[in-house]
Design a protein around this ligand. Sequence first.
Ligand code: HEM
Length: 482
Amino acid sequence: MDSVWSVFFVASIFLFFLCAIFLYKKTSGHKTGSSQYRRSPLPLGTLGWPFLGETLDFIACAYTDQPESFMEKRRRMYGKVFKSHIFGSATIVSTDAEVSRSVLQSDATTFVPSYPKSLTELMGKSSILLINGSLQRRIHGLIGAFFKSSSLKAQITHDMHKYVQESMAVWKENHPIYIQDEAKKIAFQVLVKALISLDPGQEMEFLMKQFQEFIAGLMSVPIKIPGSRLYRSLQAKKKMVKLVHKVIQEKRDSSSIHSTLPKDVVDVLLNDTSELLTDELISDNMIDLMIPGEDSVPVLMALTVKYLSDCPAALHQLTEENMKLKKLKDRLGEPLCWSDYLSLPFTQNVITETLRMGNIINGVIRKAMKDVKIKGYFIPKGWCVFAYFRSVHLDDNQYDSPHQFNPWRWHEKDMSTCSFTPFGGGQRLCPGLDLARLEVSIFIHHFVTQFRWEAEDDSIVNFPTVRMKQRMPVWVKRRTDP
Ligand code: HEM
């Protein structure tokens, strides 16, 4: 009897592997159809295990302090561009700055964004991150122009100043201050004000609470049943959309739109004459646009404090620069305006270096809509391309001692090259990049001119999103020098 079971057992395993290999070939094989690249070889590399591909290896590396080690190992074996299979998709990984630039610069007939299922469910079909073609360009253009306007920068400067002062006024000297948490509160309020003109208060508290629930589901298991993480996040989004709908309705009723300069992003989108910008689309996008306020911008603030704490020479030079400006403005009796903050060269270099080393967005994923050949590398239709910025930012051919925080390198280095892309590039270049820099400059200015601090040990977590593990605790002392 035992031998019958053994045969049955071995036969089942054999059958399982046969099915797995069949299905894997079906999903990972590329059909080039009538493409001119039919005979082109794929980049070198391996697709790993059936179904899983190389995902486990990728995740294991992502949880370490050197997430790029997954890429580095393969880059040494196969070159800067290689094939893999991660997160359920056959993928060409690019650690080559020029290949990544070509991918970013292509339009939606060649590449479209690709995100995990939980994220697309939560964003909704009309999110700017997911739409393509003329509608994406239109919304990108409208919000990009508004974010660049000096009126908005002046408003952001005013709001940042107010919220930073309110927050820092209650910091206690004998308690740890969690920079990442403080930064989140400030950056979220500032962004929500710029999006829908909501001031701090009960509705803001409600929005913040729902937003925490919403964002927790962005990288969750894509199961949408009552009680699941994704379901709870979707419920939270519904409540937020209702609040934004109310704001839109009030604006429509007040008939002030069309007649005055836009006060916020909702005004900008409502002012547009295109029929395509429906209230649903606008409110969905307002929620998605809040993500950098809760995530990327505060993390950039916390990382800047982290790198400065670890580099006393940079902290000294940055403090001197900011003190000098403060004293000058105090003497003149003038408040600092947005251009003052952005004109501090060393402070800007510190932020640039933090963006390079921090890699808040490690890279972006696109899906090929047709067979493509870039720099001799063949990318079949239906495959994903992972443009991995982090490897380029930490490449010793591009940057001397790339793992060293060295803001002085930017004295002579050009930022506008394809080897520096913390904000992406091409048609989807981050429209909020100026705002992000401005907010961080203001936060850092007030921090260094009002406090000295000792940072507790903390480390950077890189997966699923970049953040400080302990939320960047510091012990502050108010400055007594004038
Ligand atoms: C440190 C801060 C930030 C970083 C590192 C960052 C990074 C990026 C990157 C890499 C992309 C390109 C995504 C892609 O190509 O698929 C992007 C797109 C975008 N970012 Fe940012 N961002 C930041 C702050 C902001 C802020 C403050 C806003 C303002 C709300 C913003 C709004 C957007 C939008 C709307 C897009 C999508 C553009 C499109 O697809 O047309 N970001 N960001």
